[in-house]
Design a protein around this ligand. Structure first.
Ligand code: HEM
Length: 110
C-alpha cells in the first residue's frame, strides 16, 4: 500500500512538473507577441541609432545585430523597416535565414 501511495505521489509530481514546463514554453511562443503595423515598423529603419526590424511572412524580426543589415541596409536595395515577404524569393538564402540566424520574432506583423 505504502509503495502504491508513493508511486501515485511521484506520478502526481511528474504531472505537475510537466504541466509547469508546458506553461513555461507557452509563455515564449508567438501567442504572447505584440502586434506591429506598417507605420510603426517603418520607424525601425536601423538609421540614427534606431533598431533595424524587418517583417517576413507575418512576423517582425530584429536584425540590428546581423552584420549584413548594418545601418538598416541589405543587398539588392532591401532596407529595414519594411515587409520583405514579397522579396524573399529573390534572395539566395530564402526565408529559412531567420532560423539559421536563430532570430525569434519580436512582433506579429499586422
Ligand atoms: C529577414 C530577412 C533577411 C535576413 C535576416 C537576411 C540575412 C542575410 C545574411 C545573414 C546574409 C549573409 C551575409 C553575408 O554572407 O555577408 C544575407 C545575404 C544576402 N541576402 Fe539576405 N536576409 C534577409 C532578407 C533578404 C531579402 C528579402 C533579400 C532580397 C533580395 C536578400 C538578399 C540577399 C543577398 C543578395 C545576399 C548576398 C549573398 C551573397 O552574395 O553572398 N536578403 N542575408
Amino acid at each position: 500500500m505504502e509503495v502504491i501511495v508513493q508511486k501515485i505521489k511521484i506520478g502526481l509530481l511528474a504531472f505537475l512538473v510537466s504541466g509547469g514546463i508546458l506553461v513555461a514554453n507557452a509563455a515564449t511562443t508567438t501567442a504572447q507577441l505584440p502586434t506591429m503595423n506598417a507605420a510603426t515598423l517603418k520607424t525601425y529603419d536601423g538609421k540614427n541609432g534606431h533598431k533595424a526590424y524587418v517583417a517576413l511572412n507575418g512576423y517582425v524580426y530584429d536584425v540590428s545585430n546581423v552584420s549584413a543589415w548594418k545601418g538598416g541596409k541589405h543587398y539588392k536595395g532591401m532596407v529595414a523597416g519594411t515587409d520583405l515577404t514579397s522579396h524573399i524569393d529573390e534572395s539566395p538564402h530564402g526565408p529559412n535565414v531567420v532560423k539559421q540566424l536563430k532570430l525569434n520574432p519580436v512582433a506579429i506583423y499586422k
